[in-house]
Design a binder for this molecule. Structure first.
Ligand code: HEM
Length: 510
């Protein structure tokens, strides 16, 4: 049932990403930076939090007044810091929720990605605990509402014998020590949150946790402008004898309080815990059917480490040699981390198609599409489009197999970076007029780094690179989303025209 929503939502993301690409370019597209922006928001909240803590007074009577001082007397600095603190905390929720939806929509949460998904759920709880504990500190009427609501929510569990809400949160019972406890919570829960965020990206190789500088500056400026135009302010001071009716709830954090008011604590526990359990089991509803992971073929692996360097999920390690060959190390695949992208196959310098089919070998191979089968598929494509264009596409970009153009043939891989560059050389040598590599949109690669790895290999920046002898005008790349089949058609047509002109020029030269 859920999957009925996925396609429309994916289309919304893809169309919005395309529109944002036009404005910001692929590198700075915020929709492709949702996780890193959430990280950035955390740092803003941390730095501004340290600043406002300097002026904060940890006492029942002093807390509200100290926040008022920051907001009104020192509005130009502490006030701006307070607003930045609040808006970055809100931004974290916003970007986290968008990030969650994006990962789900693009089916990047099943298989080995269950780990990031699962730890993401812990992050949600810690983020809410961090944000809500912050709201208590202001000790205005909103803080009172949040504090009472939260305590009553815990009371609904019936774990504490006597109700915490009425014991702690009454005029006489509230002490400065209680405020010290709140400050302690509001410092330590975010530290746990940071730890959980680190655990969240731990299985990703060289995770990107900082947005590109331009995005960071843009978002930072937007937050500053928002803070100046709409500074964060407090409600009236808390008064435990009063229940305020007119509260401006922060919907990023307080969405659930009206549910609590309407349905009671037990219902909210069912929503919160039930929702978390539902999210936690989602990666197995249904589980992802993955092909077998890559196999290291020791006879052809010299332990050079290129597959280790290129694997986007840290699924390859280098271990001491076990077969007595005169090399120090060998590659080893960790199945639990492997997304089966096949990028390691493309990075192995042993892979060469310039041999008889029996002699084609590599150091690391994909059982469901081994290097020999890949060579056979390339030969079939060359035979299907003699002197034409060979399109190499992936399962998540434009659909190369559906292209209706004369004298083109297509090869579809899980990721375009699975193709060793020597195969491109082979295609041109064996008579293809050109090779078009058509993968996911730039910065939108399903496997994080497939697009730039291929680009770097083609441009000679990364080993194994495409040999210099391959005429670059016969190799073209096209990075786009799976909604852009017609653009691929157009780009291939243009490529075909350019190749025809090139052939004419070359004939004239001869
Ligand atoms: C403040 C909260 C969060 C932050 C800062 C954050 C940050 C990140 C970052 C930076 C990455 C990718 C690293 C990279 O590819 O280089 C990532 C990956 C991921 N996140 Fe989050 N995340 C947060 C919350 C969540 C939540 C709530 C979920 C879902 C429940 C989630 C699910 C995922 C998944 C599934 C991936 C893996 C994508 C892949 O393997 O390609 N994240 N996160």
């Amino acid at each position: 049932m859920l999957s009925n929503f996925r396609q429309p939502l994916q289309n919304v993301f893809l169309r919005s990403e395309k529109a944002f690409d036009r404005v910001y370019g692929p590198d700075w597209n915020p929709l492709r930076q949702l996780g890193t922006i959430a990280f950035f928001m955390f740092w803003i909240a941390a730095v501004t939090g340290i600043y406002i803590y300097i002026f904060f007074e940890t006492s029942v009577n002093g807390a509200y007044a100290s926040v008022e001082y920051m907001t009104h007397d020192q509005w130009y600095l502490a006030g701006v810091m307070r607003s930045l603190h609040r808006y970055s905390a809100d931004g974290m929720v916003l970007f986290m929720v968008l990030h969650l939806f994006r990962e789900w929509t693009f089916d990047r949460y099943r298989g080995v990605r269950w780990y990031a998904w699962f730890t993401g759920i812990i992050v949600i709880w810690l983020l809410y605990a961090s944000g809500l504990s912050g709201y208590w500190l202001v000790w205005d009427q909103l803080a009172q509402y949040v504090a009472l609501g939260s305590m009553e929510w815990f009371d609904a569990l019936g774990l504490f014998g006597e109700p915490v809400a009425t014991n702690f949160l009454t005029e006489g019972a509230l002490t400065d020590r209680f405020f010290s406890l709140l400050v302690f919570i509001h410092i330590f829960v975010p530290l746990f949150l940071l730890f959980a965020m680190w655990v969240h990206v731990m299985r990703v190789s060289q995770p990107k946790t900082n947005p590109p500088r331009g995005v960071a500056i843009g978002i930072g400026l937007m937050l500053v402008v928002l803070s100046l135009v709409m500074p964060a302010v407090s409600h009236d001071p808390a008064n435990l004898n009063l229940i305020s009716e007119n509260l401006n709830l922060d919907w990023f954090y307080m969405l659930f309080y009206p549910i609590f008011d309407a349905w009671g604590g037990a219902a909210l526990w069912i929503v919160a815990v039930g929702g978390s359990i539902f999210l936690a089991v989602l990666p197995w509803l249904p589980p992802l059917k993955s092909p077998k992971p890559p196999l290291v073929i020791l006879d052809h692996c010299n332990g050079c480490g290129r597959c280790y360097d290129d694997c986007p999920y840290g699924a390859i390690t280098l271990v001491a040699r076990t077969d007595g060959l005169p090399f120090a190390q060998q590659a080893q695949v960790n199945e639990a981390n492997c997304t089966r992208c096949g990028i390691c196959i493309g990075s192995c310098p042993s892979a060469s198609p310039f041999k008889s089919i029996e002699a084609v070998v590599t150091g690391i191979d994909m059982p469901h599409l081994d290097i020999k089968k890949m060579r056979v598929q390339v030969d079939e494509a060359l035979a299907a489009a003699p002197g034409g264009i060979i399109l190499v596409g992936c399962d998540y970009g434009p659909k190369v197999k559906e292209l209706k153009l004369k004298n083109t043939a297509a090869l579809r891989l899980n990721c375009v970076s699975m193709l060793p560059p020597s195969f491109i050389d082979y295609m041109i040598t064996e008579g293809a007029a050109g090779v078009m590599i058509a993968g996911c949109a730039e910065c939108g690669c399903r496997f994080r780094s497939g697009v730039w790895l291929m680009q770097d290999r083609l441009d000679g920046r990364r080993d194994p690179y495409l040999r210099k002898r391959v005429p670059r005008e016969r190799v073209r790349t096209f990075w786009a989303s799976l909604l852009e089949d017609s653009k691929l058609q157009e780009a291939t047509q243009n490529f075909q025209d350019d190749l025809n002109n090139l052939n004419v020029e070359e004939d004239n030269d001869v």
